[in-house]
Every structure is written in C-alpha cells, then in structure tokens.
Ligand binder design. Structure first.
Ligand code: ADP
Ligand code: GLC
Length: 481
C-alpha cells in the first residue's frame, strides 16, 4: 500500500474556511480503494482537540518554536489524522488564520513553519508509527515541508505541493529566516528567498518534486503574469512537473437524495416538484416573496477574487428583470454592508445572510434555480460542482476551473442537450448582467432549462476520475525513486 501524508491547515468537517478543507477531507476516502493509505496532518485548534480526544502521542518535541509540541495519531469522521498539538501556537478559538482584530496572527509564520516541520519529520521516516512514501502538502501553510525535506537525510518521502490559490503565498520578512531552522543556503533565489524576504509557497514550489493545482486551465493561467501573482516565472521554469487535476465532490456529503439540510430531498425523477419545496423554504428563511422569475443564489466568500463587487453593480438590473437573489456570504466588511443595503432597498427580492452556515449552503443549492459565480480567478471552485449535482444551474465567469467544469448553454450545446450552465467573459458588470439576462430568458423556456438541469445532474462530479490522476502521479513519483 502506498502511504501518503497529506498536510493542510484545514480539513472538513473539523475546520473549514473554504474549498481547501472540502478537498483535503474528501481525498483520503476517494484514494482508499485505489490502494492508497492517506493520513492527514493538521494543527490541533480547539475544534480539532474536541474531535480527537482519543488521539495518542507518537512523537514529542521539548521545544519547537517556543513551546512543547506533540504529534498525535487518531481517528475522527472516518479519517486518520496526525495532529500537531502545540498549544502556544494553535490553541486559539475562531478562524484558523485571523486574530480577534480580524488580522492575520502576527506569528503565522511560526505556526505554519511548525506544521511544516512536523510534516517533514514524519516524511523523513524518523517517526516509526507512520513512514509515508509521499508527503502531499496543500497551499502555503504546509509548503515549507518541501524545504525541510529537501535538507533531510535520505531516504525521505517525495513531496507533492498542491496550489489551491496562488493569491495566498505566505510572505514574511527576512528576519524570520534564522528561526526557521533551515540551512543558510536555503535563503537563496533557488530556495525560500523571495524579493528579499521569505516566501513559504515560493520555497515549496522550488523544492517540491511535483506541483499540482486544482484545474488544468488554472495550471496554464498561473504560468502567465496576469494570474501568476509574481510566481509565474518560477512556474514556467517548473512547467514540466506542474499538472492541473480538477477537484471532485464528496458525493456522500453532497447528495440531494439524502441531504438532511434540505426541506425535501430529491432524485432525478422528482427533482422539478421537490426542488419547489426547498425554494419555499429558502423564501421563508430569507424573507423573499414568491415570484415567477428565477431565484439566483450566491454561496461565497465576499471578496474581490469572487467578483462580488461586480455582482453588487448588477443588482438593479437583476431585480428589474423580475429575478430574485438569495445570498449567503462572509468576508470584506464593505461588501457585507453593500449587500445588506441592497436587501433593504429590495425587500422580498434580495435576501442576504452574512456569516458561515453549512446547512443553509446546502438548502440554497437544493432550492435556488441558479448559482452566480462571477470570479475574477478561480483555481477550481466547488460551488459550481455542488450546483451541477443539485440541479442549481451555475452561471460562471470563464476562468480557471469554472471554464473547465461548466458547458455553456450556446445553441450547439442546447441542441445536443449537453449544456450544463452559462459562462461569461470578460469578468465585468456588463457581461455578468448579460449572463443574468440570458439565464432569465432560458429559465422562462422550461424545456430548455430542465434539460440544462438534467445534464448538470448527470455530470460526473465525483472524485473518481481525479483520484485516478492523483494515483498515477504518486506512482510516477515513486518509480523515479
Ligand atoms: P474558495 O475555497 O475559494 O472559497 P470553493 O468554491 O472552492 O471556493 O469552496 C468554497 C466552499 O466554502 C464551498 O464548500 C462553499 O459551499 C463553502 N462556503 C463559502 N462561503 C460559505 C458560507 N458563507 N457559508 C457556508 N459555506 C460557505
Ligand atoms: C481554493 C480556491 C478554489 C478551490 C479550492 C479547493 O480555495 O479558491 O477555487 O476550489 O481552493 O481546491
């Protein structure tokens, strides 16, 4: 059995701020029946401690970044964990990255260097309880493991780095370098040095044996200056080890036939009537009036990446066409207040819930007619995949994983009954407005609309195909050992 240590800062259902958690939580079971044993390493935040009460220590440090640290092995929610217990770094409630002032914890470099260091120690084979063949690190918070492992004694595990979002890179001042415990030669252009400081993601990209990202289009995009956020040159240089593997959906968590969060679960045979009951439940919950036009929804972080400022500019037109909007989101204060203001301006037509609500996110997919995803960039995106599975038609910008997973309802695709959603480009308010108008017109043509829903619901959004791609990548890496 191939043994993999996955390393990440969040894992569903223990701790989640976005799609990263869903992916890291779903991969182990997707890979299990391919003969891959994956354990997941994450920090012991308070929510994790509550789920891992039975975990047993397998390693300890008297002093790692200023405190006692233990690595615990345990199980929860069907996942095998190695958890890094470092109370001085992780025993803090709330969002895993932000302090009570809403800003990054000032010692985030130390917190995630500690996670990476523990991962590298497991990867180097010194901890006999689990000796992995590969360490699979996710995003900047785990990326430094690649640097630590590069300098570890051989044989050590190979390293794969998956980039879920190149906008988050973990940049810190050069002054932290001395405390990282890396050899001096690591502070170089070919190492972790980045514009005079330390770049965790940059170092990971430099040292990883293989790099993946979460869709083929995003893999191409990040090699360009427009999307590479300063790392495009390095990614062009490493293009031969960079691949895009599209995310799947945990089809047990996201299953309209057995979803407890829905007012009424449904299957392909009865979805049209039953989704109506879910729509009524959304209307009640968000104070919306019944209306014949489409009900659009949004489930999103409220940020520039997600194009939420662009959506805010389209609301007069959306309401003017007889459509409604149910929005669930949290993020930038300005956007939260813009959407709340829109809800007061259009009572009964625009309903807004700010905050994080897993249950409501399912209900919206199960009852709204369409989901709006006008992202400026989108490495993969999961909400359009949930939309496909739930018959909630995705209206998406043509970028990254959105471009790769949605078939636009153009004439040819409608004729073939292969259309699954609506794509638009460029990402601006006038093309989003046109896309909303197209969706509203299509919605009025029930036959066309139902065929788009059905084609979406038939789309294979499971992990099956992508699990095979990861497995092939693991095998390829181990062949060259
Ligand atoms: P990203 O990770 O960039 O935020 P994804 O589409 O990959 O985007 O994943 C977002 C995940 O977070 C999805 O599972 C989505 O349902 C969930 N989500 C986003 N905002 C909220 C919210 N306010 N409440 C509940 N779930 C949310
Ligand atoms: C990131 C990306 C999102 C992707 C998710 C999981 O948060 O923004 O597009 O779906 O990671 O890979």
């Amino acid at each position: 059995m191939t043994k993999i240590l996955a390393v990440a800062s969040e894992v569903f259902p223990l701790v989640k701020t976005g799609g990263l958690a869903d992916v890291v939580g779903a991969l182990p079971s997707a890979l299990k029946h391919h003969g891959i044993e994956m354990r997941v390493m994450l920090p012991v935040y308070p929510a994790v401690a509550a789920s891992l009460k039975q975990a047993k220590p397998i390693h300890h440090y008297d002093d790692l970044f200023g405190g006692k640290v233990r690595i615990l092995a345990g199980q929860a929610h069907g996942l095998d964990f190695l958890a890094v217990e470092a109370p001085h770094l992780f025993d803090r409630p709330g969002n895993p990255y932000l302090g009570p002032d809403g800003k990054d914890w000032p010692d985030n470099w130390m917190r995630f260097a500690a996670l990476s260091r523990a991962a590298a120690d497991v990867g180097s084979g010194r901890i006999k309880a689990f000796v992995p063949d590969i360490v699979h690190v996710h995003d900047w918070q785990a990326a430094l493991a690649a640097a630590y492992l590069n300098f570890a004694a051989r044989p050590a595990a190979k390293v794969i780095l998956t980039v879920h979002n190149i906008a988050f890179q973990g940049h810190f001042p050069a002054s932290i370098f001395a405390s990282l415990g890396l050899p001096v030669e690591a502070f170089a252009i070919g190492g972790v040095e980045y514009y005079g400081g330390v770049g965790f993601l940059k170092g990971g990209l430099q040292y990883a044996d293989a790099i993946t990202t979460v869709s083929p289009s995003y893999a191409d995009e990040i090699t360009t200056p427009e999307y590479g956020m300063g790392l495009d040159g390095l990614l062009r240089a490493r293009r031969s080890v960079l691949t895009g593997i599209v995310n799947g959906v945990d089809t047990t968590v996201w299953n309209p036939a057995s979803d407890d969060h829905l007012a009424l679960p449904y299957v392909a045979r009865n979805f049209i009537q039953r989704r109506q009951a879910n729509k009524r439940a959304i209307e009640q919950r968000l104070g919306l009036e019944e209306h014949e036009g489409p009900l659009f929804c949004v489930v999103s972080r409220l940020t520039g990446q997600k194009g939420m400022d662009i959506l805010a500019l389209c609301l007069d037109d959306l309401v003017g066409q007889g459509a409604r909007l149910a929005l669930l989101g949290s993020g930038e204060a300005q956007l939260e207040s813009d959407f709340k203001a829109a809800a007061s301006q259009y009572p009964g037509r625009i309903g807004v819930v700010t905050g994080y609500d897993e249950g409501l996110s399912h209900l919206l997919q199960g009852g709204a007619d369409a989901i709006l995803i006008p992202s400026r960039f989108e490495p993969c995106g999961l909400t359009q995949l949930y939309g496909l599975r739930y018959g909630c038609v995705p209206v998406v910008s043509r970028v990254g994983g959105l471009a790769d997973t949605i078939v636009d309802a153009n004439e040819a695709a409608l004729d073939r009954e292969s259309a699954t959603g609506i794509q638009f480009a460029p990402v601006d308010a006038s093309s989003l407005t046109r896309a909303i108008e197209r969706a509203t017109r299509l919605y009025a043509d029930r036959k066309a609309w139902n065929s788009i829903q059905k084609a979406g619901m038939k789309t294979d959004v499971s992990w099956e195909k992508s699990a095979v791609r990861y497995k092939q990548l693991y095998q390829k890496l181990l062949q060259n050992r």
